[in-house]
Design a protein around this ligand. Structure first.
Ligand code: OAD
Length: 232
């Protein structure tokens, strides 16, 4: 059976009601990215950053996975260990939809960790009414478990192994602008994968796609998955 690897970006959650980044003119929910998504921004104004991620977390649990997330769950049920998702999204909608083999390379909104002892906590176990949450073990400031600009994404070693061994690489709802994720299609293609893009507009790294489907992934992905299930 073939190995199928999927890379998802903000576009897969758009039909659930979460705004993408590029659609907001480089702003993230009206904030400058360097203010809310960089270590320097956190040092400058931890109150603002914590308020921002508390809101993002609350928003993420108020929306539901859509047909594209569910199509990927169906494909995983069919392929088992031969299927993995790499996501740039932090909204946890793949997990809530029922996907299991997921690498959340930019972190997740439902988690935070201590800036000193690095212990991780679930956001649901934190008192969000407290302006700046602190570690119950060592007392230091907690921070959101999000990979900010200038930080190294999670699971890069595991991801590289997946890409080298993929037969099909699907790239869904991502603008192909932010590296290293934007370069994954090139690696997968160089190692022999058939690469398939699904996006509302042409992404920047289009040159490495063998196949491209223009439109909404909530509509396009379910029939593509059904076809794959027939043949894989
Ligand atoms: P972007 O906002 O850059 O791109 C989203 C893409 O999804 C765009 O190309 C849209 O055209 C497309 N899109 C929108 N709605 C769609 C739909 N219904 N179906 C299919 N495609 C749709 O988001 P990402 O590429 O995920 O980093 O951004 C990458 C990273 O940049 C993010 O993970 C984030 C950001 O700064 C961090 O948070 C570290």
């Amino acid at each position: 059976m073939s190995n199928v690897i999927v890379l998802t970006g903000a576009g897969i959650s758009a039909e659930s009601g979460i705004k993408t980044f590029r659609d907001s003119n480089g702003l993230w929910e009206n904030h400058r990215v360097e203010d809310v998504a960089s270590p320097e921004g956190f040092i400058r104004n931890p109150n603002l950053v914590w308020d921002f991620y508390k809101q993002r977390y609350t928003q993420s649990i108020s929306v539901e996975p859509n047909g594209a997330h569910l199509a990927l769950v169906k494909l995983e049920k069919h392929l088992g260990d031969k299927f993995h998702i790499i996501t740039q999204n932090v909204d946890c909608l793949h997990t809530r939809a029922g996907s299991r083999r997921i690498y959340e390379m930019h972190g997740r909104l439902d988690s935070c960790f201590c800036t000193r002892c690095r212990t991780h906590f679930k956001i649901e176990d934190i008192d969000l009414a407290v302006q700046l949450p602190h570690c119950e073990l060592c007392g230091a400031l907690l921070r959101p478990d999000i990979v900010w600009f200038g930080e190294i994404p999670y699971y890069l070693y595991e991801i590289e192994e997946l890409l080298k061994n993929s037969d099909y690489f699907l790239i869904i709802g991502t603008s192909g602008v932010v590296y290293p994720a934007a370069g994954f299609v090139m690696t997968a293609k160089l190692f022999g994968a058939h690469t398939i893009g699904i996006n509302l507009e042409k992404p920047d790294n289009m040159g490495f796609f063998d196949e491209f489907h223009l439109g909404k992934c909530g509509e396009l992905l379910p029939p593509i998955v059904d076809e794959m299930i027939k043949h894989l």
